[in-house]
Design a protein around this ligand. Structure first.
Ligand code: NDP
Length: 247
């Protein structure tokens, strides 16, 4: 892959993905990373000083009016090459999870960040993804051509929900999964691959300290999984190790 845009790269899995990608024998030529505040993204800033292929873009993704500038900034760097991969990683999980504690504002905020943002960003990046898909028409479907990777969660799986609760988070990720499916159908003519991905339960601010996986283990596997994606996985829900998950 020549270029990738990853959201939420100042900490957690986003930062881990950036580290895993720059460590590849053939790292992407351009790694566009977003954060809400560059001043607070010290680790990402340090990485960018060491790796000239890392570009940092400051954006609160709920500010949809800023998407045109984000796309223009990417285009300014990649010129007529477009963008190979959009990795929608940024997400939130509200603390209150039982139905008795659920607040409508939590439901709306979580849906906005975890579902509306990835869809609107995919829409905004579509011209760039189309360009890359056209330019790499001889490549098979996958990240070498063009792809949208949506960071979902196993908690968004309706079939695997045995514990209930987590209304805001579960519904936002189930809805994201529905969006992945639609994108995989709508973007098939351009042969742009779309998948939902569960990163495992990972020790981040969101995952908490009891999670079994550390960030490098998850993100190392995710990078291997996305690099191996092919047409047969288009429109599917995958675990970080590449195995299929039920919707
Ligand atoms: P973290 O809470 O550690 O990091 C979340 C990232 O998203 C931060 O960079 C945060 O930026 C960014 N973000 C949130 N809202 C916005 C916004 N409005 N605009 C821009 N950036 C925003 O979470 P993880 O790294 O653990 O999670 C990453 C993804 O993986 C999420 O989509 C999550 O749902 C998913 N996931 C995580 C699991 C886990 O076990 N950790 C399990 C399953 C799924 P800021 O620092 O500015 O808040």
């Amino acid at each position: 892959m020549n270029s990738i845009l990853i959201t939420g790269c100042n900490r957690g899995l986003g930062l881990g993905l950036v580290k895993a990608l720059v460590a590849l024998p053939q790292p992407p030529q351009h790694l566009f990373t977003t954060c809400r505040s560059r001043a607070q993204a010290t680790e990402l800033e340090d990485l960018a000083k060491k790796h000239a292929n890392i570009h940092i873009l400051e954006i609160d993704l709920r500010n949809f009016e800023a998407y045109d500038k984000l796309v223009a900034d990417i285009e300014c760097v990649t010129k007529d090459q477009g963008l190979n991969v959009l990795f929608n990683n940024a997400g939130i999980a509200p603390k209150s999870t039982r139905i008795t504690a659920t607040r409508s504002q939590d439901l709306l905020d979580t849906l906005q960040t975890n579902t509306v943002v990835p869809i609107m960003l995919a829409k905004a990046c579509l011209p760039l993804l189309n360009k890359a898909a056209k330019l790499n028409a001889s490549q098979p479907m996958g990240v070498g051509r063009a792809a949208v990777i949506n960071m979902s969660s196993i908690l968004g799986s309706i079939q695997l929900n045995t514990d209930g609760a987590m209304y805001a988070y579960r519904t936002s990720k189930s809805a994201l999964n529905a969006a992945t499916k639609s994108m995989s159908i709508d973007l098939l003519p351009q042969r742009i691959l779309c998948v939902s991905l569960h990163p495992g339960w990972v020790r981040t601010d969101m995952g908490g300290s009891n999670a079994p996986l550390d960030v490098p283990t998850s993100t190392g596997q995710i990078v291997r999984t996305i690099c191996d994606l092919s047409e047969k996985q288009n429109g599917s829900f995958l675990n970080f190790d590449g195995t299929q998950l039920p919707w």
